[in-house]
Design a protein around this ligand. Structure first.
Ligand SMILES: Cc1ncc(COP(=O)(O)OP(=O)(O)O)c(N)n1
Ligand SMILES: Cc1nc(C(=O)O)sc1CCOP(=O)(O)O
Ligand SMILES: [Mg+2]
Length: 214
């Protein structure tokens, strides 16, 4: 998959212990239409993570949506995911790129630092994420990133720019310079996940990226 084709709504799973419920929740966002799904469960033990990741692998294949695994390169490879997302404490990006090969996706958290994004791209990242762009109740202690960073990153980097943190229908219109918007709470805490997915996409008007083929 070429990085230039990565754009749109990037749904990230909540810390859901009930696998059947997780699959229901995720199927709602997949049916409503998302570009990418990330499996993130910070509370699950490794066995449950493996079970949930494998189940999501099957489900995302049915919807032809790329599956990214958070934090865990070995789990991503074990379930034949489309890629992995790594933060500053989650392992070396260049080593991960080597293990993933050229085709799979490698996402990198860059917080509020363009310099991290430069190194991530040099190490083989497929996209770079900045945040938190708004206050996040999922991750209240997340460092905040100014929105101006998104446009700066887009002008400078040859990979898609992802915004994360506190994104909702009320503020997503401010993210015109993002290629991907990564969201947990505004989708999975909503009373109707499918409606929330449609509303978030309808409220977002990204400006054209130079990465997007004409
Ligand atoms: C798309 C995306 N962007 C950022 C993150 C955060 O990664 P990290 O800083 O490693 O924090 P945790 O998610 O592991 O708590 C992400 N997962 N996805
Ligand atoms: C997992 C994560 N990473 C962040 C960062 O800033 O790197 S913010 C965040 C939480 C995203 O969840 P919500 O959409 O509910 O705010
Ligand atoms: Mg992480």
């Amino acid at each position: 998959m070429q990085p230039a084709s990565l754009s749109g709504l990037y749904a990230i799973t909540p810390d859901q212990p009930d696998t059947a419920r997780l699959l229901q929740q995720v199927e709602s966002v997949l049916a409503a239409g998302v570009a990418v799904l990330q499996y993130r469960n910070k509370l699950a033990e490794p066995a449950l993570q493996r079970q949930q990741a494998a189940a999501l692998r099957q489900l995302t294949r049915r919807y032809a949506v790329p599956l990214i695994i958070n934090d865990d390169l070995e789990l991503a490879l074990a379930v034949d995911a489309d890629g992995v997302h790594l933060g500053a404490d989650d392992g070396d990006l260049a080593a991960a790129r080597h293990r993933l090969g050229p085709q799979r996706l490698l996402g990198a958290s860059c917080y509020n630092q363009l310099a991290l994004a430069d190194s991530a791209v040099a190490a083989g990242a497929s996209y770079v994420a900045f945040g938190a762009v708004f206050p996040s109740s999922t991750k209240p202690a997340a460092v905040r990133a100014p929105l101006s960073l998104l446009a700066e990153a887009r002008a400078r980097l040859a990979v898609p720019v992802c915004a994360i943190g506190g994104i909702s229908t009320a503020n997503v219109h401010e993210l015109t310079a993002a290629d991907l918007i990564a969201v947990i709470g505004a989708l999975f805490d909503a009373p109707d996940i499918a409606t929330a997915t449609h509303q978030l996409k309808a409220a977002w008007r990204p400006s054209a990226s130079s990465l997007t083929p004409a």
